[in-house]
Write a protein that binds this ligand. Structure first.
Ligand code: PSU
Ligand code: MN
Length: 301
């Protein structure tokens, strides 16, 4: 057993008894949503996973140890702490060596989930190729992670703060399967679909489990399962686009770069939509947790 890993009692029991487990990330808690909504969502996501027959394993780094499954007090800590480092792949050796706390992005959560033996992970949206990437070279390390680490990630596509066509091209270049769950078009986080076709579509959790199994047989790596936001919570693209442009201009004016960009844009968008985007955000994360739990259950059959 890797000595960096610390399992909660609930997750340890599940792993020992071969029960379905779903990994969850912590950057969405520490850097993706304001307190107390973040805590409310983190708790609701865990409960949704349980209600659908699987065990939630929220992943975060405490004193340089990789925690797989957090207590209520630990969830509360990551929801309120102001100085938690946002950790992607390259940050992991630093937080381990310095024995400090870290919130894990999609990339870092995939790495730790794979180390822990958890093949499924639910989140809101993944990082992607940023708009103007042809000038800034800003491409999230999340995308490359899918070509290195074997975890299937359920997300509502990627946020429209990104360049979605370039994001899809990048995933194709790196050989990452992108599966539309019940859709022919890539979901755009707040809206159910973009105008970009997904390369493949599956309509049943059983089929997704079979896909994951085939992927393992072929010794291939990450899979992106794109699950559209439920229609009743969706926000029209035209309604949110001008807020996105304003947030991007603000980031440019303030010279925000690197890993600060995504949290900055998420915060600005939440402000500009006066809470509307948050309701959508919560709904889509819960929806992803439900699907991931159902696939995890099917995988154990
Ligand atoms: N997109 C969201 N909400 C989030 C994130 C992305 O809609 O909270 C977080 C995820 O943790 C993702 C990270 O892995 O931002 C990507 O950051 P970057 O673009 O710096 O790689
Ligand atoms: Mn970036």
């Amino acid at each position: 057993m890797n000595t960096l890993l610390q399992f909660s009692v609930e997750v340890k029991n599940a792993m020992q008894n071969n029960l379905p487990v779903v990994a969850l990330e912590s950057t969405i808690i520490s850097h993706g949503m304001p307190y107390p909504l973040n805590l409310e969502v983190a708790t609701a996501v865990e409960n949704t996973v349980r209600q659908n027959g699987a065990v939630p394993a929220t992943i975060a780094i405490i004193n340089g140890q990789f925690h797989v499954g957090l207590s209520e007090a630990e969830l509360d800590f990551f929801a309120q702490a102001k100085d938690v480092m946002k950790c992607s792949r390259r940050d992991l050796p630093y937080v381990v060596a310095q024995k400090i706390n870290g919130a894990t992005t999609v990339a870092a959560t995939m790495i730790i989930a794979e180390m822990a033996g958890i093949p499924l992970f639910a989140t809101g949206g993944i990082g992607g190729v940023h708009r103007m990437a042809q000038n800034t070279f800003d491409i999230s390390a999340d995308l490359i992670e899918f070509s290195q680490t074997r975890v299937a990630v359920v997300s509502a596509g990627a946020k429209a703060i990104l360049d979605l066509p370039k994001t899809m091209e990048y995933l194709e270049t790196f050989g990452v399967p992108v599966i539309g769950y019940g859709t022919d078009f890539f979901p755009a986080f707040y809206s159910t679909c973009s105008n970009i076709k997904v390369p493949m579509r599956l309509d049943q959790a059983t089929e997704l489990a079979q896909f994951i199994h085939a992927n393992q047989q072929l010794n291939q790596k990450g899979i992106l399962i794109a699950n559209p936001i439920p229609q009743e919570f969706a926000i029209d693209n035209s309604e949110i686009e001008h807020h996105i442009e304003q947030a991007l201009q603000e980031a440019d004016k303030q010279g925000v770069t690197g890993k600060e960009i995504t949290p900055f844009l998420l915060k600005k968008l939440n402000e500009l939509t006066a809470g509307k985007s948050q309701i959508a955000n919560k709904a889509l994360v819960l929806n992803n947790a439900e699907l991931a739990a159902k696939i995890a259950v099917e995988l154990k059959r």
